[in-house]
Design a protein around this ligand. Structure first.
Ligand code: PHE
Ligand code: ZN
Length: 849
C-alpha cells in the first residue's frame, strides 16, 4: 500500500485569518498553456487576532514575481502555498503567476472546455489560479481585467469597461474566493430582463455555444420564476444589474453559484422538447432556482469554514424544494425527494461513508458535497420549520438575513437566530448536525377506554467514529383514521425528544388506524411492520398523499421480499390494490406513476441487509422482473385504456400536468411491452416528437428485446448532440441483462465518442454500471474489475469525479463473503496506486476501513 499520508483538517482547529482583504484586483492574460495572472491585494491585519502569520494558499502555480508594498520579495514556497514576512499594518501584495488551463483536466481552477476558458473555484480551486487566502471567511470586493482574443469575456459583478481584446468587471459585494468566476469564449446569449420589486432592472443572459440557442428559453424562464419566488416567499431581492448564466460541457457537478455569473453543467440548463425529457426539465428548473437562491443563502451570507457547508447547501436545497413544490405538485415533489433521500442519503448513513450533517474532519473537502450535507441538511431545516411553525420560521429567516448579511457564518449563528426569535432551546435539536446515522423509530400502540396510545422508541446505530448515540428531537406528524376510513384525528405533531416516549389521543370510540410520519416529517426509518391489510387500508383511505404512497410502497416491498426469501408467488392482494389505485382517476397521474414504480433493487438490498439477510443481487433482479411481468398480466385489461387516457394532445409543455400524464403513459407502455413484444413501443418511438416519449419508447423496446433498430436510429439522429447521446450510452447499460452488463460497458467505452475527460459521458456509462445492482455485483466479479479499472484511469485526470464515483463500492459489506473478497481486492488495487489522488485515497480508505 502506498504510504502517502494526507493531512486531516478538523473543525475544532479553526483559527481566524491573520489578515483580511480590503479589495482585490486581478488581471488575466489568457493563453492555453501560459496564462498570466496578476494580482494586487490590499491586506489589513485582522483586529480579532494577534496572529500575524502571512500564508497564502497556492497549488500548481509558477510564481513569476511577488512584491509587498512595491518591494520585490522572495517568499518561501511549499506544496500548498507560500509564506512571507508581512507588516503588522495594512500593505499591498502584488504577484504574477503562470498557469496552464489547457492541461487542467481536473476541471478545478481555470480550465478549458471545448475551446472556452472557464473556472470552478468551490471549494478550494482559487488557489490554483493565484496565491490567496483561499478560505471562505476572507471576503473582498473584486475588480477583474481579462485580456484575451475570445469575443465574450465575463467575470463577476457588473461590466465597467471593455475594448477589443479586453474587458473589465467590478463586483461590489464582498465575496470569498470560491465565488470568483471567469469565462472567455465564443458564446451567444439569450437575453431577458427582470425588474425587482424595488424597481431595479436586471439584465439576464444565458450564454451558450453557437448552435445551442434553441435550448435556452426554459432556463431563462426558470430564472425569472426563481427571482420572483424568492421575493414573494423570502423577501429576497437580487442585488446587481446583471445576472449571467453560462453553459459548459465539461463540469464536475451540476452547477455553481458564482456571484452574478453562475456556471452550469450544460446538462443542468440546456433543454428543448426534442432533446430533454420531462424529468430533465424539472431538474433544470430546480437547479436554476438552487443556484439563484444561493445569492442570499451562500453568497451574501456565506460559510465561515467548509465544515459549515450545510449552512448554505442544506438551506438552499430546502428552498429549491419549496420552490418546486410551489411550481408543481407538492405531494409528488415530496415523494420524489424522499425517494432520493432514501436511495442516496440513507445508503450513505448506513455505510462506511456515514458522516454528520456538519462533519468535524476531512482530508479533501470535495468529498463532502454529499447527500448527507445537501439532502439531510435540507431535512433538518424542514424539521426545524415544522417545530417552530411557518410564521416563526419566516420571522427567524428575516432576522438571519438582517443580522448576518455580509458575514461568514456557522451553524451556531443559524440556530442562535431561531433561539432568539422563538425563545426555544435548540441544544438538543442541534444533535441533528453532529450525530451521523439514520435513526430507527420503533412504534407500539394500544387502545383502552377510548384512549389510543402511541409509544415510540428511537435508536441510532453506531457509525464510523461515533459508537454512542444520544436521543434526537423528532417531529412525528400523526393522523388517525377510523376503521370505516374517515379521519378521526387530523395531522397532529408529536414532538419526541426522549429515547422512549408515549403520546395519547382520547375521546375515540374504537381503535383507530394510525398514519405515522405524515409528509415524512423526519428523516428516520419507521420499523413498524403493519399488516398488509392495514397497508391496503391506508393506500385506499389515507388523506396524507405521502403516506398513501408509502403504504403502497411498503406493500410492494413486502411482496418482493417474500418472493426473494420464501420463494412466494407475486401476491394477488397487492396486484389488486395496485390495479384499483392505478385506475382511480381522482388521483393525479404523476402520483399514480410513482405508485406503479417498484422499489429500486438497491432499496431491496438495503432492506434485506437491515433485516439480517445477505442480499443476492441476482435473486432481487429476478424477483423484480417476475413481479413486473405479473403486474403486466394482472393489469392487462386496463393498460390499453390507461395508456390512451394519458396521451397528451396539446403541444408539448414540460409542465407538471403534461409530464404527469406522460409519466403514467410511459409506465403503462413499459408494462405493455412485456405483453406485446414491443409493438406499441415501436409505434410510439416512430411517432415521438419529444425526448420524453422517444426515450420511454426506446427503453420499453429494450425491455422487450426489440430495441436494436431503434438504438441505431437514435444514434443516427442524435450523434452530434452530446447530451442526448449521454442518454443513449447510459440507457444501454441500465437496460442490459446482468450477464451482459460488463460486455456492454466494454463495447461502449471502446467507442471513439466515449470521452472519459467529459464527466457527463463518464458518468453515463460508468455511473450506470455502478447503478446496475445485478450487473455490478455479477458473481464473475467483472463489474467490480471494470469499475476499478476506470476509476484508476480517471483518477489520473479528474480526482474529484473519480472520488465521487468510488462510492459505488460503499455497500460492499452487505454482500456475501465471495463478493466482499472480490471487492476488497479491487479496492486494495486502487489504494496501491503510487500516485492516487488525495480525493480518491480518502474515499477508498474510508470505504475499506
Ligand atoms: N455549490 C454548488 C451547488 O450546490 C455545487 C458545487 C460544489 C459545484 C463544488 C462545483 C464544485 O450549487
Ligand atoms: Zn448548492
Amino acid at each position: 500500500m502506498k504510504d502517502a499520508v494526507h493531512q486531516t483538517f478538523y473543525l475544532a482547529d479553526y483559527q481566524p485569518p491573520a489578515y483580511l482583504i480590503e479589495d482585490v484586483t486581478l488581471t488575466f492574460r489568457l493563453s492555453p498553456r501560459a496564462t498570466r495572472v496578476l494580482s494586487r491585494i490590499h491586506f489589513v491585519p485582522n483586529p480579532d487576532t494577534s496572529d500575524r502569520t502571512f500564508f497564502l494558499h497556492g497549488e500548481q502555480l509558477t510564481l513569476i514575481s511577488a512584491k509587498i508594498d512595491g518591494h520585490e520579495i522572495t517568499p518561501t514556497l511549499t506544496d500548498t502555498g507560500l509564506t512571507a514576512e508581512a507588516p503588522d499594518a495594512p500593505f499591498t501584495w502584488e504577484a504574477e503567476v503562470e498557469i496552464s488551463p489547457e492541461t487542467n483536466t481536473a476541471l478545478e481552477g481555470l480550465y478549458m472546455s471545448n475551446g472556452m476558458y472557464c473556472t470552478q473555484c468551490e471549494a478550494e480551486g482559487f488557489r490554483k489560479i493565484t496565491y490567496y487566502p483561499d478560505r471562505p471567511d476572507v471576503m473582498a470586493p473584486f475588480s477583474v481585467r481579462i485580456e484575451g482574443e475570445q469575443p465574450i469575456l465575463l467575470s463577476n459583478g457588473n461590466p465597467t469597461a471593455s475594448g477589443k481584446g479586453w474587458a473589465e468587471w467590478h463586483d461590489p459585494w464582498p465575496k470569498p474566493a470560491y465565488l470568483f468566476a471567469l469565462v472567455a469564449g465564443d458564446l451567444r446569449a439569450t437575453t431577458g430582463s427582470f425588474t425587482t420589486r424595488s424597481g431595479r432592472d436586471v439584465t439576464l443572459n444565458l450564454w451558450v455555444r453557437p448552435g445551442d440557442e434553441d435550448k435556452t428559453a426554459f432556463g431563462l424562464q426558470a430564472l425569472i420564476d426563481s427571482m420572483k419566488w424568492d421575493e414573494d416567499v423570502y423577501g429576497r431581492e437580487y442585488d446587481l444589474d446583471l445576472f449571467n448564466i453560462v453553459a459548459v460541457s465539461d463540469f464536475n457537478m451540476g452547477a455553481m453559484e458564482n456571484k452574478g455569473l453562475n456556471i452550469f453543467n450544460s446538462s443542468a440548463v440546456l433543454a428543448s422538447p426534442e432533446t430533454a425529457t420531462d424529468a430533465n426539465f424539472e431538474r433544470i428548473e430546480g437547479i436554476i432556482a438552487h443556484e439563484y437562491f444561493h445569492n442570499w443563502t451562500g453568497n451574501r451570507i456565506t460559510c465561515r469554514d467548509w465544515f459549515q457547508l450545510c449552512l448554505k447547501e442544506g438551506l438552499t436545497v430546502f428552498r429549491d424544494q419549496q420552490f418546486t413544490s410551489d411550481m408543481r405538485s407538492a405531494s409528488v415533489k415530496r415523494i420524489s425527494d424522499v425517494l432520493m433521500l432514501r436511495a442516496r442519503q440513507f445508503r450513505e448513513d448506513a455505510g462506511p461513508l456515514a458522516h454528520p450533517v456538519r462533519p468535524e474532519q476531512f482530508q479533501e473537502i470535495n468529498n463532502f458535497y454529499t447527500a448527507t450535507i445537501y439532502e439531510k441538511g435540507a431535512e433538518v431545516i424542514g424539521m426545524l420549520k415544522r417545530l417552530v411553525g411557518d410564521r416563526d420560521y419566516y420571522r427567524a429567516l428575516d432576522v438571519y438575513f438582517q443580522r448576518h448579511d455580509g458575514h461568514a457564518c456557522t451553524i451556531e449563528d443559524w440556530l442562535q437566530v431561531f433561539e432568539d426569535t422563538t425563545g426555544r432551546d435548540l441544544s438538543q435539536f442541534k444533535r441533528w448536525y453532529s450525530q451521523a446515522g439514520t435513526p430507527l423509530l420503533h412504534v407500539e400502540d394500544s387502545f383502552e377506554d377510548g384512549t389510543y396510545t402511541l409509544t415510540f422508541r428511537q435508536e441510532t446505530r453506531p457509525t464510523p467514529g461515533q459508537p454512542d448515540k444520544a436521543p434526537l428531537v423528532i417531529p412525528i406528524a400523526v393522523g388517525l383514521l377510523s376503521p370505516d376510513g374517515t379521519e378521526v384525528v387530523p395531522t397532529t405533531l408529536c414532538e419526541m425528544s426522549a429515547a422512549t416516549q408515549s403520546f395519547t389521543f382520547d375521546g375515540l370510540t374504537e381503535k383507530p388506524i394510525p398514519s405515522i410520519l405524515r409528509e415524512f416529517s423526519a428523516p428516520v426509518i419507521l420499523t413498524r411492520q403493519a399488516s398488509n391489510a392495514e397497508r391496503a387500508f391506508l393506500l385506499a383511505h389515507d388523506t396524507d398523499p405521502f403516506n398513501k404512497w408509502e403504504a403502497g410502497r411498503a406493500l410492494a416491498k413486502d411482496v418482493l421480499i417474500h418472493m426473494i426469501t420464501d420463494g412466494n408467488a407475486p401476491d394477488s392482494a397487492y396486484l389488486d390494490a395496485l390495479k384499483a389505485m392505478v385506475s382511480d382517476e381522482s388521483l393525479d397521474p404523476a402520483f399514480r406513476a410513482l405508485a406503479i414504480a417498484l422499489p429500486s433493487q438497491d432499496d431491496i438490498a438495503q432492506t434485506l441487509h437491515a433485516s439480517g439477510v445477505v442480499p443476492d443481487p441476482m435473486a432481487i433482479h429476478n424477483a423484480s422482473k417476475t413481479l413486473r411481468q405479473a403486474t403486466a398480466e394482472h393489469l392487462a385489461d386496463i393498460l390499453p385504456d390507461l395508456y390512451a387516457a394519458n396521451q397528451v394532445h396539446e403541444a408539448y409543455q414540460p409542465n407538471a400536468d403534461q409530464s404527469g400524464k406522460r409519466a403514467l403513459a410511459g409506465a403503462a407502455l413499459s408494462l405493455i411491452a412485456r405483453l406485446d413484444g414491443g409493438k406499441q413501443a415501436q409505434a410510439q418511438y416512430d411517432a415521438a416528437d419529444n425526448m420524453t416519449q422517444q426515450l420511454s419508447a426506446l427503453s420499453a423496446l429494450l425491455l422487450a428485446d426489440a430495441g436494436t433498430d431503434a438504438l441505431a436510429a437514435f444514434e443516427a439522429q442524435w450523434k452530434d448532440d452530446r447530451l442526448v447521446m449521454d442518454k443513449w450510452f447510459s440507457l444501454q447499460v441500465m437496460m442490459a441483462k446482468p450477464d451482459d452488463v460488463a460486455d456492454v460497458v466494454t463495447r461502449l467505452t471502446a467507442r471513439p465518442d466515449f470521452d472519459m475527460r467529459n464527466p457527463n459521458r463518464f458518468r453515463a456509462v460508468i455511473g450506470a454500471l455502478g447503478g446496475h445492482l445485478a450487473g455490478f455485483h455479477h458473481p464473475s466479479g467483472k463489474g467490480y474489475e471494470l469499475m476499478a479499472d476506470w476509476l484508476i484511469k480517471l483518477d489520473a485526470l479528474n480526482p474529484q469525479t473519480t472520488a465521487r464515483m468510488s462510492s459505488a463500492f460503499d455497500t460492499w459489506k452487505r454482500f456475501d463473503e465471495d463478493r466482499q473478497q472480490m471487492i476488497r481486492a479491487q479496492l486494495e488495487r486502487i489504494m496501491a496506486r503510487e500516485t492516487l489522488s488525495r480525493d480518491t485515497s480518502e474515499m477508498v480508505g474510508r470505504i475499506l476501513a
